[in-house]
Ligand binder design. Structure first.
Ligand SMILES: Nc1nc2c(c(=O)[nH]1)N[C@H]1C(S)=C(S)[C@@H](COP(=O)(O)O)O[C@H]1N2
Ligand SMILES: [Mo]
Length: 264
């Protein structure tokens, strides 16, 4: 049997139908594109028109974005537990050449002999401690993977007094019942705020030793914060003062837009 041959008019008619279908699909695709673009632009404009947060410790972020960040923080804070310990490593695996990163608050003149730690109590009274006062308290060591937000990490070996031991020894329960702890360098150029549960975590220490030797100046001598449940930015070197509050203490990197909580 011979195939039926379409006459030219029939072919033209078929092509006209195909043309119409293509045009319709193009129209649908193009319209969807415009509508979605509009929606995306609308969302962006909406976000852009949202008020910028002006609260104390963090700055500049659009309110809805900050709300999302705070929700995330809330989620992690609920999961936080003192029974969840950060992974520890054998001593031999600790780095011999410990990285030196930031030096904010550590560039001015500093006489380590004159150093004292100011612990500002809720009453306003100041507990003025020397390094000797800390050396007589139980020593705790930790070897763990220190992580910086800039993307590096290193297994490091630190030792000092557990923050919770210091609180217990000096009967600072009233201040430990508050929500936050603030740490600052002698010149107040670097300062961080830490939520109390993280500060009281059993692996949080005020370190005065690194690799079984007195802390080098560049790594924060005579005393630095080692808080393994947080990123490096919270591990303030050269601590000079400790304060307690129910509102977030000022925080150097949070003011630059980094996550205030900075938990791991
Ligand atoms: N005083 C002070 N402490 C600081 C910093 C700083 O610039 N100044 N940088 C922080 C950051 S971002 C990191 S990663 C760690 C680095 O500690 P390291 O220099 O001992 O490696 O210290 C933290 N503590
Ligand atoms: Mo860092």
């Amino acid at each position: 049997m011979e195939e039926p041959v379409k006459n030219p008019t029939a072919i033209d008619q078929d092509n006209a139908v195909i043309d119409k279908q293509i045009k319709r699909r193009n129209f649908i695709a193009f319209t969807s594109f415009i509508v979605l673009q509009g929606a995306a632009f609308g969302s962006w404009r909406w976000l852009n028109n949202q008020p910028v947060e002006i609260t104390t410790a963090t700055a500049g972020a659009k309110k809805p974005l900050r709300r999302a960040l705070n929700k995330t923080e809330l989620f992690f804070r609920k999961m936080f537990s003192n029974n969840h310990l950060v992974k520890i490593y054998p001593k031999e695996t600790a780095a011999k050449n410990v990285r030196v990163n930031g030096d904010i608050g550590m560039t001015g003149p500093f006489n380590i002999q004159d150093w004292k730690l100011d612990i500002v109590k809720a009453s306003g009274d100041v507990l003025n401690l020397t390094l000797k006062d800390l050396l007589v308290l139980p020593k705790t060591a930790i070897i763990y993977d220190f992580k910086c937000v800039e993307g590096w990490d290193q297994i490091q070996h630190w030792a000092g007094v557990k923050f919770s031991d210091l609180i217990a020894h000096y009967k600072l329960d009233k201040q430990a019942a508050m929500e936050y702890v603030g740490f600052a360098t002698p010149d107040k150029a670097y300062y961080v705020g830490v939520d109390m549960p993280s500060a009281l975590h059993p692996q949080t220490i005020l370190a005065y030793e690194m690799n079984d030797k007195p802390l080098p100046l560049d790594n924060g001598a005579p005393l630095r914060l080692i808080i393994p449940v947080k990123y490096g930015i919270k591990n303030l070197k050269r601590i000079s003062s400790i304060t307690f509050s129910n509102t977030r203490p000022p925080d150097y990197w949070a003011e630059q837009g980094y996550d205030y909580y900075s938990g791991l």
